[in-house]
Design a protein around this ligand. Structure first.
Ligand code: KG4
Ligand code: ZN
Length: 337
């Protein structure tokens, strides 16, 4: 069995996965969402302190399995440096004290493997990853053979949901709230621009849309003056612009890529409106759509464990005394991912 740890943002999570059949034996996650809600986003230092309390509590529950561990896996990139360090410290301690190999795991690869929890992997695969930190289309041909075909040039889909909610005075995370409000709204009430609509660029951009939403909210007198119907209409119109943008750029990739299997992963892939749009698109292009169960769309250690099973077979180990956070340029500048 492999014990996996995830602490890249505001979820403390540990899983145990069986190596021979990918079965998820144990999984627990403590979400800090409510503790960050009043700040409208994740506060890194607070998140780190909460991981230091929650991870050892979850680890207590894994005691029955600890003697059967063959390896330990931990997310070491990308994410908030101060929260990644909490998971790394725990993983390192387990690896050293039990003298078992340590596997460093890339969080986004974990999201991709959320599709295969308890199942065999499907390769090759085209993946749309929409999370709080990333918006990308990736060609997945192997464990380490992943090519980014399109990426956001500014904000991510998840972040734009969160900011739209914040601008309307709603809590964090905004994605699920906006999705619910949109159900009662008119998606044609506001004519938000579809990002990069007239550009040949196969990329994503969300910052202009975010600004258009801000101006619309201001024109209604700001968050305090808006009616609930205004909130619903903004949510629906915003989601429509996101859908049109994602679909327009995905079509361009579908026209070039012959791979039959397509998947959506990441926190925002829990959005049923977006899933619905991709069901249509996949039908149109003869592709098979794969999605992870809703409980594994947002951050969790089960997906880290599932990727770790494949990494274990390929012996992608790291010396426990060498492991550290892998820092990207953005992280050095203090940004989320
Ligand atoms: O993958 P994730 O848990 O964390 C990162 O790796 O970033 O994604 C979190 C993001 C948040 O921005 C959240 O608002 C968004 O996923 N999200 C949603 C929905 N559920 C979560 N966005 C749109 N619709 C949803 N139903
Ligand atoms: Zn994530």
């Amino acid at each position: 069995m492999i014990l996996s740890i995830e602490s890249s943002c505001d979820d403390s999570s540990i899983a145990i996965t069986k190596i021979e059949n990918n079965e998820l034996i144990f999984h627990k996650k403590i979400s800090q969402e409510k503790k960050h809600a009043c700040y409208g986003g994740v506060v890194p230092e607070l998140a780190s302190r909460l991981h230091a309390i929650d991870l050892p509590n979850i680890l207590e529950d894994t005691k029955p399995y600890l003697d059967e561990l063959k390896a330990v896996a931990v997310t070491n990139q990308p994410g908030l440096s101060v929260t990644l360090l909490e998971g790394i410290a725990m993983a390192k301690t387990i690896a050293v004290s039990k003298n078992i190999p340590l596997l460093p795991i890339h969080h986004l690869k974990g999201h991709i493997y959320s599709l295969f929890i308890g199942e065999k992997q499907i390769l090759p695969l085209l993946v749309l990853l929409i999370s709080g930190g990333h918006t990308q289309i990736i060609r997945v041909e192997g464990l380490e053979k992943m090519t980014i075909l399109a990426t956001s040039i500014d904000d991510s889909v998840g972040e734009s949901f969160d900011k739209t909610a914040k601008m309307m005075g709603l809590a964090y995370p905004g994605g699920p709230l906006i999705e619910q409000l949109a159900l009662k709204g008119d998606e044609n009430a506001f004519d938000f621009p579809v990002p990069l609509r007239n550009s040949k660029l196969i990329a994503f951009s969300l910052s202009g849309l975010k600004n258009a939403v801000r101006l619309a909210i201001e024109s209604l007198g700001g968050a305090d003056e808006m009616s609930e119907q205004n909130q619903c209409d903004i949510s629906a119109s915003f989601q429509k612009a996101i859908r049109l943008h994602l679909i327009q750029k995905s079509k361009k990739i579908f026209e070039k890529e012959k791979i039959k299997d397509f998947a959506i992963v990441g926190g925002a892939s829990a959005n049923l409106y977006i899933r619905g749009a991709y069901e249509e698109l996949c039908k149109q292009y003869g592709k098979t759509l794969h999605t992870a169960p809703l409980e594994f769309c947002s951050d969790n250690a089960a997906m880290i464990g599932r990727y770790a099973v494949e990494a274990y077979k390929e012996e992608l180990f790291i010396d426990p005394y060498e492991i550290d956070v892998v820092r990207t340029k953005k992280q050095q500048a203090g940004m989320l991912l």
